[in-house]
Design a protein around this ligand. Sequence first.
Ligand code: PEP
Ligand code: MN
Length: 701
Amino acid sequence: MDPLSQPRADIDRLDRELVRLLAERLEAVRAIGSAKGRDPSAPLRDEERERALFAAWARAAEEHGVSSYFAGRVLREVLNWSRRDQERFLEPMKQGGPRAVRVGYQGVPASYSDLAAQKHFATRDVARLERIGYRGFAAVADALEAGEIDYALLPIENTIAGSIDEVYDLLGARRMTIVGEEVWSVEHCLLGLPGASTEDLRVVRSHPVALMQCTRFLEGLVGVRSESFHDTAGAAEAVARDGDRHVAAIASEEAAREYGLVVLRRDVANQPTNITRFLLLARERESFDPRRPALTSLTFALNHRHGALLECLKVFEANELNLTKLESRPRPEAAWEYQFYVDFQGHLDEPRVAAALEGLRAHVNHLQVLGSYPRRAEEGLELAGRARVPLEVAEPPTAAGVPAPGTAADGAKPAPTTPAGAACPAQKVNPNLKLVTRREGQADTIVDVSGVAVGGTRFVLALGPCAVENRAQVLAAAEMVKRCGAALMRGGAFKPRTSPYAFQGLGFEGLAYLREAGRAYELPIVTEVLHPEDVERVAEQADVLQIGARNMQNFALLKEVGRARRPVLLKRGMSATIEELLLAAEYVLAGGNQRVILCERGIRTFETATRNTFDVSAIPVLKSRTHLPVLADPSHAAGRRDLVVALSLAAAAAGADGLIVECHPNPSEALCDKDQALAAADVAELVARLGPVVAAVGRTL
Ligand code: PEP
Ligand code: MN
């Protein structure tokens, strides 16, 4: 009889017994999980008990002559698994029921992403899981946005290779929210055809990052060439398909099983610890048990200004939030400016996190919460044996730790006063105006428009034609605008016209002319966007996105410009109250975009002597109620050229931060709003007469 057959039979029996015991243990774990789920006041983890378990195991192991180290590793794995399994009782999945949960990943079956997806959902309350591999990261994001899948699992960083830039950029650009994270301990293996040996090898295929992580092993294989593949499991699949024993792949052990290969060598990476962190993305936020330690991810953009990033980091410090990651990516629309990505420990619902967000808004151009989700990353370290059971130290922030809200974006600017220097009477504050309301002592927000500060001491002029009519007209207008010293140029490419037969604007062709004129004369351009679906394309060209009076309550449009990375000029609707204007601005800020400039442009009254009635009082009211800059548009208010200068002076005296005024190289031929367009001489008069008024309110032109 074969001397091995009896011990092998014993091992098989013991393994079956081990699995049965694990199942029995899991039953007990689930009984505890179910009790914790019913009692939300019960602590989720009992560190004391976990330590006692480890100690008891170590003792028992030693008594039996088993290494306590290896026994401890097994227990750690069992504990991890038990903890995760209990999560099903804390938040039963919304997609429970008969339909499969669909998760998309980049790669082919048994790629590391696929393995991480399987791991992630193994302990979630899912009836059935459907895993769908896609060719690239963007394709996974597309599928999620289109509703083809419920979740996307994308790798965000690796402990050796670092951040995955493409996924960071997708996070900033797409409508996805982070609902979870997963870690996968990567163990690269050399896989070959059954019967092959390392001596046979001529080619090793894998993803370039995996090849890079195994250079030391590969250098030892003399005469073997590396071949890049789009993913590790794909390389394994190709080795199996080609059936050439001279070719091997570097991939996971699971990939060997999936494609019928054998492991020729285990653990071939240079570094023993190689963990990839994945993000689970969904279309909607998901709530989870508040007892679970949380991570929150944000992205923000800053003006290029001395100390800007430090100001933001101080906000986290002041609120006692522990940053776990800071990453920066270039912003394609602004050279040498960066989009920052931050992860920190804490949940969006915690007061200290809310305080930090409020503090941050004063320093950023754009702020977007990417999600709050249960933390998993420490588990990766535990798996690698690098960390002890982590202890949660979550002390509540002290009152003194919360920063004074709204520290000035520009430290040089004095605290605001109403132009007359009078204090405003206390007003009832609408609790829905969370972000636009000026808090006590809060300084003015200065909006950066491609290098022009709107809301600072300089009184800003935005001049230009109502509409872009043709290339020559807009170039002549730009020359005129530049000559009078204006900071910005306006011009409508998309025109919201009361009559369908009136000139509707040149659209994107007009925008290209305006862009060209703006470039030629170094004038940032302001232009109206009418449709939510045009916002992204207009934002590529324009420096400011104007929301016209007729669209002030187009909420879909407001949400879209809230996502855009360009400042917004929000005009007051002709029948809108000041409160409604502020609520419209709140939409944009709540959407992430902090750069909003308000504009008073006249309202409908019974008076017919003017096109609209210029509501000069709106200016000081707005300046006291909100920290946002306020411009005035005397052109649309008056509708008559002869009144524009007078209304401009009134606006400046009332405390406006600047004006947006229509002018035309040849007003009598203007295709749009010709009666209110200033000619070159009128513009010269406007500038001359504004000088003393602007100086009187302590500003410069
Ligand atoms: C404009 O600025 O050309 C315009 C259409 O203004 P409003 O939306 O204020 O009417
Ligand atoms: Mn107009």
